[in-house]
Ligand binder design. Sequence first.
Ligand code: SF4
Length: 361
Amino acid sequence: MQSYYKIMKYENFSSKKLQICDFFCNFAPKMENLYRQLYNWYAQNRRVLPWRETNDPYAIWLSEIILQQTRVVQGMDYYMRFLNHWPTVEALAAADEAEVLREWQGLGYYSRARNLHKAAKQIVESQEPSGFPRTFDELRALPGVGDYTAGAIASFAYNLPYPAMDGNVYRVVARLLDIDEAFDTSAGKKLFHQKIETLLDRDNPRLFNSAIMEFGALYCTPVLGDACASCPLQAMCLGYAHGTAEVLPVRKPRPKVRDRWFTYTIYTDGTRTLIQRRENPKDIWYHLYEFPCEEGQTEDKYPFTHVLSHQKLHARFIVRKVQKMPDIAGTLVIRWEDLNDYALSRLTLRALDTLRLTPQN
Ligand code: SF4
């Protein structure tokens, strides 16, 4: 009943919140049932994912950073590549940032790669005999590690009782408890964290977090279809009982998407080309390489579009065959065959592919 009293303390007893309290008053003694149903489902349906088969905090941390905003199928390839290339945190710390960005190429959200590398250096520089950080607070203090990632590493590597709230878990919790507060505001996050603390199986945090994440990823998905009809958690689900599950969880309104227009010029003398590095840390693709670029809309057509979280990019690529490379400040002259040594945005890679540009062009 400890969980129930915690909820009573946090609530201010609006009627809906009282229903949640009633739920726990009636169901707290049956929490074991929730765990049993969830773990049974997990045992029968779980995917075999390499980062769930290890207790190595470095490998788990890598997987968690790679899988943010990335599908499992795509993330798997990058995870294996990173682990092969840099099997330990010491190896990753010793790498060049450019090399890390190069391996990350195509995954997007490049600040994750920069923070990964920065954190690896920080871990190695401050390394105590205990090695990788072992507590939630130490993990949370690493660059690029938020509450979710710290909770995931703490529970998966060390079986510490911290929740790991990813998007799938927010959805399951919102539906199970019929919470209509937006989960992506600071107040909403606080509320959801209070709720998950009451649900967390403190005896088996690793198992609980793995099972509820997988349940959200595979069963209680954004589009429910007829999943609720045969759901093992149906008897405990307030969203199902109230008919609200389909519209949960609630998000805050999305910010307006900003349009930008880029004109890239690809200079080539047959064997060489010009590239430049993006140098604004506040802008997209910091420290990635690209062809000389001018920003601004003209009346020309922009055949490429590339959608980022808050920006829609319209791009065109103009190929200029030259005898002598122009002298443009901030650019590098490189051989076409060396282009693969530089981290390029997915937009540039797509354009190269579409334009079928090869070293002979
Ligand atoms: S009953 Fe439906 S909404 Fe509730 S947990 Fe199951 S699948 Fe999700």
